[in-house]
Every structure is written in C-alpha cells, then in structure tokens.
Design a protein around this ligand. Structure first.
Ligand SMILES: Cc1ncc(COP(=O)(O)O)c(C=O)c1O
Length: 388
C-alpha cells in the first residue's frame, strides 16, 4: 500500500483535492465566533454563496456534512405524515427516502433505472393525478453521484411548481459543477456541501430556503434542534451561528469563494464540461463502457463498467497500489461492477491525462487487451478541441 506521505492522485467524487491557498486559509489562528471579524467573514461568505446558488435567498451555513444539509431540508419543511414524492435514480435518492421516512413522512418512491435521469413527463403525469394536492414535497438529486447522472432541474423545477409542492433538491455533488439556477428554475430548497466542487475540506453544508419554504417551516412540526434553520437565520442576521462554527472550514470557504469568483461561475461550469468530456472520451477509447446514458452524463463524476472478467474493486486496488491513483467504487448493487472517476472541484486537465494513462497501463497489466495510451490520447484530443 502507498504510504500517507506518497503523492496520490485523488479522483473520487468527494472529498476532492483542496488548493494550497485554501489549505493555508484553513490553518489561520482561531477568532471569536461572536466577534466583529467573524460577522464580516460570515456575511462575505453568504454573499458569495448566493452567487453560487444563483439566488437572492439567505444561505444557511451549517457545521455538518452534506447529509446534515439534506436532513435540515426535511425537518424544517415537513411534518410527520406528510406525503412526499421521492424521485430516485441512485443511492443518494435512496438516502433522501430514508431520511424523510426516519422523520415520519409518508414517502412514495418513483424510481427510475439507475444510469438514467428522472423522466420529467412521468413526474408531470404523477403530479397531475394528485388533484387534492396531497403531495407536499418532491425530493430529487441535482446530480446523482452513485451513477454519474444529472437531472434536468430546469425542466423539472417548473413542473413541481405548477403542482404547488415544495421542490427539495440535494445538490451536494452538483452545485457549481453543473448549472443550478435556484431562483429562475423555481427550486424551493437546495442543500449543498463543502467537499465537492467548492474545493474545500468536508465539514460544512449550505442550505438555501425561499419564501415558500419559510412558509412551510411555519407549519412543519417535525422535531428539530441542531438543524433548526430559523434559529440559524436569526443568528445569521447578527453575523453569527447558533453554535460554534467549524472556523477552519469557514476561513477556507472565504478563500475558495475568492478563487471561484475570480474564475467566474460560467467558467467553472465550462471547466467541468471540459473535464467530463475528456474523461468520457478517454474511457471509451480504452474500450470501457460508461454506466450513465449519454444524454444526462454528469460532469462531476463518471461511472465506468469494469471489463468482462475483471472486478471493479480489483482494478481500483491495482491502480492505487501501483500508480497512487484513487478512484471510487460502486455503491449498493453496483459494488464491484463499476468504478467511478471524480472530476469535480480542484482537478486539472493534467490530472485527467495522468488518470487515463494510469488506467490504460493498469488495464493492460491486468491482462486486458487494450492500447494503453488510447485513453490519454483521446482525453488530450478532447481538451485540444474544447471551448475555453
Ligand atoms: C448527491 C449526494 N448527496 C448526498 C451526499 C452525502 O454527503 P455527505 O457524505 O457529505 O454527508 C453525497 C456525498 O457523496 C452526494 O454525492
């Protein structure tokens, strides 16, 4: 096994690599979280996050991982017994179902074939049958990390709004890697997290709630304490947090936002598009089959089927030990069948070229009949042809 000191190429869909400038910011001395510098810092961060969420809503910054953000979205808008429609295209869709059920919601799962996106027509049909407006909320992923598929929220957001249910979106891996126009697309609640495209260490979740969501809050009776978003909002108005915030991550967020604003959000999307295109081209050139249907293949992560006769986890183990390349495995029933290449956040084009070269070499060394340089060559051609 490589030692911890050895340089690894971390290409999993979170946590993602963190730039030096952000790491340095995280190492700043602690400050008083009830003092004036903290208030300035928090206000600056929230203003930056509004740009990232493309919203005018207040963004609540919580000390927890992404799942905490999803849980906060549920407990602040729903009551036990509320009917909820969960649109499931993979393991994180299943997680949303579990969270809502844990708090007593009456969840109807609408599951689509894994590897495909939510079909907006089926959502429209189901919601139009609900004449008595029993469905209070619709749960959906922006990007389903377990399969490498994104959902078309530009179309689905307005369909949910037309019905009147709240749209609650898990954008933990998708936000800023893929466009999500919270306000324009009528999304009521959005949850995201620090360790994905934001190029930060894990530890923060971000939740956007619009006016409709705050109205739902007033009626929602699900018990809540740590994740009470009204309390978070009231403290935010004073430039504070109800509890001790994870200061290193908050410092890192300030620096990360500075880098992202300098780059510009549209360029951030384009960067992820370039990386996604190159990974898909490279994997295909190595003769590998992609798990996601091309129409909604994600620019955050690519799920790749392992070649006949070779376990996906054996490929990952070999690549880690020989080349220090870290890829993610499959989740749920996809374990051992796929491996996933993360290409979101602080990932460079050179990282992808290195990944493709190592993958090609590794497959050949594992006995696959393949031109080992074909993946890197195809990724390189894709970068050369890409829009900048
Ligand atoms: C789409 C999605 N939702 C939720 C989560 C859960 O986030 P966390 O592990 O930070 O709790 C993840 C993490 O990979 C994710 O990709």
């Amino acid at each position: 096994m490589p030692t911890l000191e050895e340089k690894q190429l971390l290409l999993i869909p979170g946590p993602t690599p963190v730039p030096q400038a952000v790491l340095r910011a995280c190492a700043r001395p602690m400050i008083n979280h009830r003092g004036p510098e903290y208030a300035r810092l928090q206000n600056e961060n929230v203003a930056g996050m509004k740009e990232m969420f493309q919203t005018k809503n207040e963004i609540l910054v919580l000390t927890c991982s992404g799942t905490g953000g999803m849980e906060a979205a549920i407990v602040n808008t729903l009551s036990p017994g509320d009917k909820v429609l969960a649109l499931v295209i993979g393991a994180f869709g299943k997680r949303f179902v579990k969270i809502a059920r844990a708090y007593g919601a009456d969840v109807e799962e609408m599951e689509f074939t894994w590897g495909e996106a939510v079909d907006p027509r089926k959502v429209r049909d189901r919601l139009s049958q609900d004449k008595s407006k029993e469905i209070k909320a619709v749960l959906i992923q922006h990007n389903e990390t377990s399969t490498g598929v994104y959902n078309d929220l530009k179309v689905i957001g307005p369909i949910i709004r037309e019905h009147g249910a709240l749209s609650i979106v898990d954008a933990v891996s998708g936000l800023i890697a893929l466009d999500l126009q919270t306000d324009n697309w009528n999304i009521d609640v959005v949850a995201a997290a620090s360790q994905k495209a934001f190029m930060l260490p894990p530890g923060l979740a971000f939740v956007s709630m619009n006016e409709r969501a705050w109205q739902a809050y007033e009626k929602a009776t699900t018990p809540r304490f740590y994740f009470d978003l009204k309390s978070a909002k009231e403290f935010a108005e004073k430039g504070q947090n109800p509890f001790t915030p994870a200061l290193p991550q908050v410092f890192g967020l300030q620096e990360g936002l500075r880098l992202l604003r300098q780059e510009g959000l549209q360029n951030v999307f384009l960067r992820h598009q370039r990386l996604g295109d190159a990974v898909r081209a490279g994997a295909k050139a190595l003769g590998l089959e992609l798990f996601a249907k091309p129409a909604n293949a994600s620019n955050c992560v690519t799920a790749v089927k392992s070649p006949e006769g070779l376990g996906a986890d054996d490929i990952r183990k070999f690549l880690l030990e020989k080349y220090g390349l870290v890829l993610a495995g499959g989740q749920a029933h996809l374990k051992g069948k796929i491996f996933r290449i993360g290409h979101l956040g602080y990932v460079s084009e050179t990282d992808i070229l290195g990944c493709m070269a190592a993958l090609g070499a590794g497959l050949q060394e594992l006995g696959v009949s393949v031109d080992p340089g074909a993946g890197a060559a195809a990724a390189m051609a894709s970068f050369q042809a890409a829009e900048r």
